[in-house]
Design a protein around this ligand. Structure first.
Ligand code: CTP
Length: 380
């Protein structure tokens, strides 16, 4: 029995990138032998096991053949006579199809090291086309490595186009598509993910709503900045909806997020940002009532974590961000000092209390405009 480190871990080691996930392939073993050694099986008929101590995945060397649509229906053949080369040839890219032995020797039958040097994302074999998820994966790898000068090999791009033009993409599960999209949003150059999907005609099938954003250079530059994925998502949707009337944007975002099963953290920020970004960017021109309405619409008095994300978004789409970056936190701090109990002790209650709080808040907003706002000394 021989064990090899494979896939992304070998690739990232050679690129000098940090390795987070290690996958192993075991050649010459049976499931029974794995169980005997204390490995836990991942699924019933799936030849992958979890190491009892490290929790890492050990897969029996296997060949596979596709029997269904999308990411489903693979027929596996895992047996002790499947070789390492047979296992590696079914993988997506040559740079993902290398193995490493315990003593650090690289086994590289499909020239992954050469493609690392050439900075090429190139498929290993025609079996690439058996898995439509790979269109998204390759686009995501480009988003990760484009800043190093990587590009997609033309022959691989052609296969990706063919996959997009078949009905295969439509059979991918919503979860997998979102997972790849979310991961791409966290890569160094997420715009490359979208550009690649556009080039291969996958964008129109998977995310048609985002197509308008692709012709807005400001949006593409903004999402390439080193900011949180959720902020990138919000900026992207804002860019996609620039020509949609303001009153329709909320519903469009909700529908998009429902369809793609975007988590609430993405959905909420996108909704707030798309509906309020104009006001945020023109913060210094807002009067006291508008400033208060903005804070209330953004729910900032209750949701602390959104402030820094919204400010990140403003920093990349507003021309003059000083006003909002410096003044909005100051105003929030001052508004939080307003103490309803103090107003209650002055005899305010019920509706009158609500009105008194509102007037105090408005006064604080006005103080900021008048230049007399100091964080620890709001007058109310
Ligand atoms: N793989 C593949 N086709 C897929 C998914 C995975 O060929 N659709 C192979 C590749 O060899 C890949 C390995 O399985 O390197 C491990 O997959 P995964 O952990 O999803 O990706 P990584 O390559 O490790 O990349 P990442 O750094 O994004 O986790």
């Amino acid at each position: 029995m021989q064990t090899y480190l494979v896939g992304g871990a070998v690739r990232d080691k050679l690129l000098d990138y940090p390795v987070y996930d290690r996958d192993w392939v075991v050649v010459g073993a049976t499931p029974e032998q794995m169980l005997k050694q204390g490995f836990r099986p991942v699924g019933k008929d799936f030849p992958v096991f979890i190491h009892p101590d490290s929790g890492e995945e050990y897969a029996l060397a296997r060949t596979e053949r596709k029997s269904g649509k999308g990411y489903t229906g693979f027929l596996y053949h895992a047996s002790p006579d499947v070789t390492l080369e047979e296992d590696l040839i079914r993988r997506d890219l040559t740079i993902n199809a290398m193995a490493m032995t315990d003593d650090g020797t690289i086994i590289d039958p499909y020239h992954g090291q050469q493609d690392l040097q050439l900075k090429l994302l190139r498929h290993v074999s025609p079996a690439f086309s058996e898995d439509p998820l790979r269109v998204l994966r390759v686009a995501r790898f480009l988003a990760r490595y484009a800043s190093l000068g990587f590009r997609i090999a033309p022959e691989t791009l052609t296969l990706m186009q063919q996959l997009s033009h078949s009905d295969e993409l439509g059979h991918l599960s919503t979860e997998r598509v979102w997972q790849e999209f979310q991961r791409a949003l966290g890569e160094a150059s997420p715009q490359q993910f979208l550009i690649t999907l556009m080039q291969t005609d996958a964008l129109v099938k998977l995310f048609p709503e985002l197509i308008p954003a692709m012709s807005d250079p400001q949006t593409l530059v903004a999402i390439s900045q080193p900011i949180d994925s959720r902020v990138r998502f919000a900026i992207l949707l804002r860019g996609a909806l620039l020509n949609t009337p303001l009153e329709q944007r909320g519903q469009t975002i909700k529908t998009f997020c429902d369809q793609h099963r975007a988590p609430n953290a993405y959905r909420d920020l996108a909704l707030q940002f798309c509906l309020q970004s104009d006001q945020l960017c023109h913060y210094s021109q807002l009067d006291a009532g508008e400033r208060l309405a903005l804070i209330r619409n953004l729910d900032l008095l209750r949701r602390d974590e959104h402030l820094s994300l919204l400010l990140q978004g403003c920093a990349v789409i507003c021309n003059n961000t000083d006003a909002v970056e410096q003044q909005l936190p100051l105003l929030l701090e001052a508004l939080r000092q307003i103490d309803p109990k103090a107003l209650m002790s002055q005899g305010f209650k019920g509706k009158a209390l609500g009105e008194a709080i509102y007037r105090a808040q408005l006064a604080v907003c006005q103080q900021q405009i008048d230049g007399v706002l100091s964080c620890n000394n709001p007058s109310h």
